[in-house]
Design a binder for this molecule. Structure first.
Ligand code: C5P
Length: 219
């Protein structure tokens, strides 16, 4: 069974996708982490978004691996553990621009499809139900109000030691929503056959219960 979970930043996708995958014994595929890993490469190589040849070379030499584990998944970039590095504010700021590049989307979509082909999977992202696996048996579009999503991100960043204000995070969430929904290739949108779940005011357990009920109906 393939489960696709799409939605905007801060809707709770990765938190619930991780729990679902564990409960079901499925592979969890965090596609946002892959876009973030490529963004780390852009930053470290000081690569311009307009440098087509540079981007091609960068992707040819990139090796991104997702290693599942009990403590959560690890992201390896050219054999280096970048699990924490991909969550820095600098990466969050640039990632929506990097992920709008056709070369990057093509490269990562292919990589994601290879992982998905191995079997039972819960994948989360922006274009999973629409582009990466439109044939998924279960499609969820997870959302929440922009204020609540910013509150969640803000709490998360503070917990990790970043001193950012709520207003800054709120602005970043709105900016990323805009870039993700208006880009030309694979914009964020609900697949026609996806089920909309609004998580505003819901606890994680409540969201998980709702999704398990939806999955149960499809079995
Ligand atoms: O899910 P996360 O917030 O980590 O994703 C980071 C960014 O990666 C998103 O804002 C979006 O620009 C991009 N992304 C994407 N397609 C996906 C997953 C993520 O464009 N399937």
């Amino acid at each position: 069974m393939r489960i696709a979970i799409d939605g905007p930043a801060g809707a709770g996708k990765s938190t619930v996708a991780k729990i679902l995958a564990k409960k079901l014994g499925f592979t969890y595929l965090d596609t946002g982490a892959m876009y973030r890993a490529v963004t780390v490469l852009f930053l470290e190589n000081n690569l311009s978004l307009a440098d087509e040849n540079g981007i091609k070379r960068l992707l040819e030499n990139a090796d991104i691996k997702i290693i599942p584990g009990d403590e959560g998944q690890k992201i390896l970039l050219n054999e280096r553990d970048v699990t924490d590095l991909i969550r820095t504010p600098q990466v969050s700021e640039l990632v929506a621009k990097v992920s709008a590049l056709p070369e990057v989307r093509e490269y990562l979509t292919e990589l994601q499809r290879k992982i998905i082909a191995k079997g039972n999977v819960v994948a989360d992202g922006r274009d999973i139900g629409t582009v990466v696996m439109p044939e998924a048996e279960v499609k969820i579009f997870l959302t929440a109000s922009a204020e609540e999503r910013a509150r969640r991100r803000h709490r998360e960043l503070l917990a990790r030691g970043y001193e950012v204000s709520y207003e800054e995070v709120f602005r970043e969430v709105l900016k990323r929503d805009e870039l993700d929904t208006t880009r030309e290739i694979s914009p964020l949108r609900k697949a026609e056959d996806a089920i909309l779940v609004d998580t505003t005011g819901l606890k994680i357990e409540e969201v998980v219960a709702k999704l398990l009920e939806i999955i149960g109906r499809k079995q």
